[in-house]
Design a protein around this ligand. Structure first.
Ligand SMILES: Cc1cc2nc3c(=O)[nH]c(=O)nc-3n(C[C@H](O)[C@H](O)[C@H](O)COP(=O)(O)OP(=O)(O)OC[C@H]3O[C@@H](n4cnc5c(N)ncnc54)[C@H](O)[C@@H]3O)c2cc1C
Length: 335
């Protein structure tokens, strides 16, 4: 059997390991788009103020992969899936075949239209490469803005503030930190951010953006006033990386649609982690993953099911948002 895994984040690595645990003779290849080896994405914010260096972010899950016969190819971006041929085409023109495929390509924040003309000064906090570019801009004098409604924006604004920056947090949309508790935790997070010296513009998106030559003047649609900033860090919600599946026949909603065994509409193709949209029987709703532990748990289960286990994914609060959102997020501001 040849197993191909797209994405070397926690979901992809966990899947590879659980495939190996149940199929000692399997051929397993992980292909990841980024040039760097697997790293701990949640720690990217610690790079911004120099609390950690890139070399210290390696994902311990990657240890021992080669020894257990799991191959990994870096800098490999999947651009097309050919289901009849059971093959994936990569940006460099190479093609990899599979008997069983896992899509574990995660997600990335979407950059609002008005900010797209300024790629030097508008950077998403999504990858090691971009986090290092943001860190270079921390050294540039001036205020930095963080755009985003939830967890990612909160932790990014806090990290920049701790790095000594003046920070404006542009926070569009509805309350979301405390879900399902709602507004109380939300208000606590916002007041903790204000107490940490972060200026919070609450409730609006970006209405206008002007180029001053040295920076950008950003006018929020509501909840604030125009601010001139050196950089806008995009920390909006992660959108599943699924564009390469368009036209392939894989059913997608916001993410790749999977059943509770993490199987797509094509029997030999599975999806796990932040790119997957899973119907959750317990909660009776469709949801996208966000979170390291739950991505690992999904990857592990997808790997087992790719080797025939037939187990259902049961999300637990412990694995999901309860360890991240709500009071734990508020408490990050206290440290
Ligand atoms: C700044 C930041 C802070 C976070 N903090 C926390 C936290 O404190 N706690 C927590 O639990 N979670 C946190 N998260 C979320 C957590 O990192 C994610 O939920 C988790 O990494 C998802 O794992 P994944 O394997 O599904 O995807 P990812 O970790 O996103 O990995 C997917 C990989 O696939 C690659 N890829 C994408 N497209 C392709 C393609 N076409 N071909 C090949 N490869 C591709 C990507 O480059 C990426 O390396 C944070 C995320 C960010 C960005």
């Amino acid at each position: 059997m040849r197993y191909l895994i797209l994405g070397n984040g926690p979901a992809g690595l966990a899947a590879a390991k659980s495939i190996r645990a149940s199929d000692a003779g399997a051929e397993i290849l992980i292909a990841g788009e980024e040039p760097s080896g697997p790293y701990l994405r949640p720690f990217l914010v610690h790079l911004l103020g120099g609390e950690r260096e890139a070399e210290g972010l390696g994902d311990p899950q990657a240890a021992g992969l080669a020894e257990s016969g799991i191959s990994m190819r870096l800098g490999m971006r999947a651009v097309r899936l050919d289901i009849p041929a059971k093959a994936v085409v990569f940006a460099d023109g190479s093609v990899e075949s599979y008997d069983s495929l896992l899509i574990a390509t995660g997600g990335r924040p979407a950059i609002p239209h008005k900010l797209r003309p300024f790629p030097e000064r508008v950077l998403p906090i999504d990858s090691l490469a971009n986090a290092l570019r943001i860190r270079e801009r921390v050294a540039i004098p001036g205020t930095m803005a963080v755009l985003g409604p939830g967890f990612l924006a909160a932790v990014t604004a806090l990290a920049l503030r701790r790095a000594g920056k003046e920070v404006v947090w542009l926070r569009p949309g509805e309350p979301r930190f405390g879900h399902p508790e709602g507004g109380k935790v939300d208000a606590e997070v916002l007041s903790a951010a204000a107490a940490a010296g972060i200026t919070v513009f609450d409730g609006g998106g970006v209405a206008e953006v002007g180029d001053t030559g040295e920076g950008l003047t950003v006018t929020p649609s509501r909840g604030g006033w125009p601010v001139t900033v050196s950089t806008v860090v995009i920390a909006t919600e992660r959108h599943p990386n699924t564009a390469f599946l368009r036209g392939s026949g894989i059913e997608s909603g916001t993410g790749v649609l999977v059943d509770d065994e993490l199987r797509t509409n094509v029997p030999e193709i599975f999806a796990a982690g932040d790119c997957a949209e899973l119907y959750d029987r317990a909660m009776q709703e469709s949801r996208l993953n966000f979170g390291w532990r739950s991505a690992m748990a999904q990857g592990r289960l997808a790997g087992e099911n790719m080797t025939g286990a037939g187990k259902a994914y049961l999300r637990t609060r412990d694995e999901y948002f309860w360890r991240l959102f709500g009071p734990p997020l508020r408490d990050r501001f206290k440290g």
